[in-house]
Ligand binder design. Structure first.
Ligand code: CDP
Length: 224
């Protein structure tokens, strides 16, 4: 790999992190800033989950979950993708290696497109794009993440209790980190961005600084 810094428009940025850490907001802002296409990979798992809900499938059944990965007519713009039921189905079916394998090519192709891309998810820096030039791992305490998710749901006029949202966040963390297939883990060469004490604008500014720093620093060979 050359020591030259790539032009800004040819860069892959991987943004990983746990539920409601703000990784999606940060990834979108980085994509805007650098003029890159962005993929929220969680939406693919959510789309498979929504498909499963619609055909009355069981998230405990791997065969049915894999069948739901043929996304067919599910649109990635569907509002229902954001529902809590779909989120919890997504979290369960994403633990199946066959589900992950099914959705892999689409994500890798997105990361490999000319000019680069920004992807956010759980395993972008470790599995989907291990050679990404910049990897961020965005996190915050479970309580803060639950508060953000709670505010978001209330903003969508949903009736929820903070304690239930916190329980859900903890359960997702456990499933995402504990699964054998592509568990949520920080890549060795990722930059940690703890947004617990940051407002969204500050977190975005910090992410842009981190990307700029890592692009101007010495290039080391990518680690896993
Ligand atoms: O709401 P949250 O940020 O947790 O969810 P999301 O990013 O939309 O992803 C929904 C679920 O898909 C997560 O709970 C993860 O278990 C799973 N997922 C994954 O396993 N790998 C990814 N690259 C993205 C999401």
């Amino acid at each position: 790999m050359s020591d030259l810094v790539l032009p800004v428009r040819s860069i892959v940025i991987a943004v990983d992190g746990p539920a409601a850490s703000g990784k999606g907001t940060i990834a979108r802002a980085l994509a805007d800033y650098y003029g890159l296409p962005h993929m929220d990979t969680g939406l693919l798992y959510r789309a498979a989950a929504l498909n499963l809900v619609r055909f009355g499938g069981d998230p405990g059944n791997e065969f049915e979950a894999v069948r739901a990965c043929d996304l067919g007519s599910v649109s990635l713009d569907d509002d229902e993708l954001r529902s809590e039921l779909v989120g919890s189905y997504a979290s369960r079916i994403s633990a199946y290696p066959a589900v992950r394998a099914h959705l892999l090519d689409r994500q890798r192709a997105f990361a490999a497109q000319d000019g680069g891309a920004v992807l956010d998810g759980r395993d972008i820096g470790t599995v989907i794009a291990p050679h990404a030039e910049v990897k961020l791992f965005v996190t915050a305490t479970p309580e803060i993440r639950a508060r953000r998710r709670f505010d978001e749901l209330v903003g969508m006029a949903k009736q929820v209790h903070y304690e239930d949202v916190l329980l859900d966040i903890r359960a997702r963390d456990e499933r995402d980190s504990g699964r054998a297939a592509a568990p949520l883990t920080m890549a060795k060469d990722a930059i940690l961005l703890d947004t617990s004490a940051m407002r969204v604008e500050a977190a975005i500014a910090e992410a842009i600084r981190a990307v700029a720093r890592s692009r101007s620093g010495p290039r080391t060979s990518p680690a896993r």
